[in-house]
Design a protein around this ligand. Structure first.
Ligand code: NPQ
Ligand code: MG
Length: 369
């Protein structure tokens, strides 16, 4: 495939409400969009990093630089042999930077699929027309505020609630949600690495609440710690930040460090590696679900397609657009009966709204290919 141009466009979307996690509070979503132009198509993807390297080591300005100076030149060297399948191998000599690699591979895959008229879902192996939606609920200033938010999401139809936790905001809010909304609500928690193995006895106090899982309680490089923790608590341990590849997934499963995996395409270098993680997990009887990075409609569309693969057996953080944005960059993803429809059009299957895009753009860089 011959690429003519790559545009990098920084956009900022206001969030409907601040989103607090154990690593910080987001008030808006800033991202770099990548637009790949070929003779017959235009592929889109969004960078998953934030302005600050707090979720992982990647951050947006660093991503822009590594894409421009280190990744795009390696793709240019492929010339007309460039296909989405060859991106990861071409970029492998550059250490790390999975989110920057992912945004390029995804935009190229989108352009390629649009050229051939194939949807992301069909290309990846989707087996469902719609996927169940969960929602990630931030840390709040009070339990009243939390119960209000959870109540509203349940009324909207969300099929699973994930509470963000940190030391000082864990057992008590979980108990409050169980007492208010009952034992039937599918409920899980996400610590974003905020604990250590020394907290095992404290985290065991979550055992009675029948949580689906506890996500990434310990630091990302502490696989042995997670394996140890998994023996000390009954809540299933799920990994997010620790898993950056299918090989990481295989190692974590073999060590007993997790019994569930949150698959985020951006964190693992793209949708093709994400599918390999799905396959490794399936071969080991480990369920997976699709995580989220506050994607706009562009990233959300591709995530929803991935979430329709057979081993995505738990509801993901694939929420409706209005969970985060009053005005999305695409037609909004809307909850229907607690589900989101998998797009069926070519590529990601959604169009970027030009007026909204222009209004939210803060700068644009063109790289002739
Ligand atoms: C997680 N996502 O599963 C992440 C973390 C996260 C939906 O909980 C801006 C950009 C803010 C990315 C906040 C959810 C973010 C972000 C949290 C990712 O760990
Ligand atoms: Mg997480």
């Amino acid at each position: 495939m011959k690429i003519e141009n790559i545009e990098m466009r920084r956009v900022t979307l206001p969030l409907v409400t601040p989103f607090r996690t154990s690593f910080g509070t987001a008030y808006e979503r800033e991202t770099t969009l990548v637009r790949v132009t070929t003779a017959n198509a235009e592929g889109w993807a969004e960078h998953a990093a934030e302005p600050d390297p707090l979720y992982s080591s990647e951050f947006l300005d660093g991503g822009d630089l590594v894409i421009r100076d280190h990744l795009i030149p390696r793709l240019q060297a492929l010339g007309d042999r460039l296909t989405a399948d060859r991106v990861a191998t071409a970029l492998a000599p550059v250490k790390g930077h999975p989110m920057s690699k992912a945004v390029l591979e995804t935009a190229i895959l989108d352009a390629q699929l649009k050229e051939t008229g194939v949807s992301f879902g069909d290309h990846l192996g989707a087996v469902h027309e719609r996927v169940p939606a969960g929602v990630s609920v931030g840390i709040m200033d009070s339990h009243e505020e939390l119960l209000d938010a959870v109540g509203r999401y349940l009324d909207e139809g969300y099929l699973r609630i994930k509470l963000k936790i940190e030391p000082g905001w864990d057992v008590v809010p979980v108990r409050a949600v169980r007492e208010r909304f009952g034992d039937d609500v599918l409920l899980q928690v996400d610590a974003n690495t905020a604990y250590t193995l020394a907290d095992a006895r404290h985290l065991a106090q979550l055992d009675p609440f029948n949580l689906l899982l506890i996500e990434q309680p310990l630091p990302e490089d502490d696989l042995l710690g997670h394996a140890g923790l998994a023996k000390l608590i009954t809540t299933p341990v799920c990994l997010d930040e620790s898993i950056e590849s299918a090989r990481d997934a295989a190692a974590a499963i073999a060590l007993g460090a997790c019994s569930v995996i949150n698959v985020k395409p951006a964190r693992v270098g793209g949708y093709l590696e994400a599918r390999r993680i799905h396959d490794v997990a399936a071969a080991n009887g480990v369920p997976v679900w699709c995580g989220g990075m506050l994607e706009t409609g562009i990233g959300r569309a591709a995530n929803v397609a991935l979430a329709a693969l057979p081993n995505f057996v738990m509801p993901g953080d694939t929420s409706a657009s209005n969970r985060y944005y009053t005005q999305d960059l695409t037609a909004p993803f809307v909850l229907e009966d607690g589900h989101l429809a998998v797009p069926t059009g070519p590529g990601i299957g959604v169009d970027v709204l030009p007026d909204v895009l222009n209004e939210l753009t803060t700068r644009t860089t063109d790289i002739r290919f």
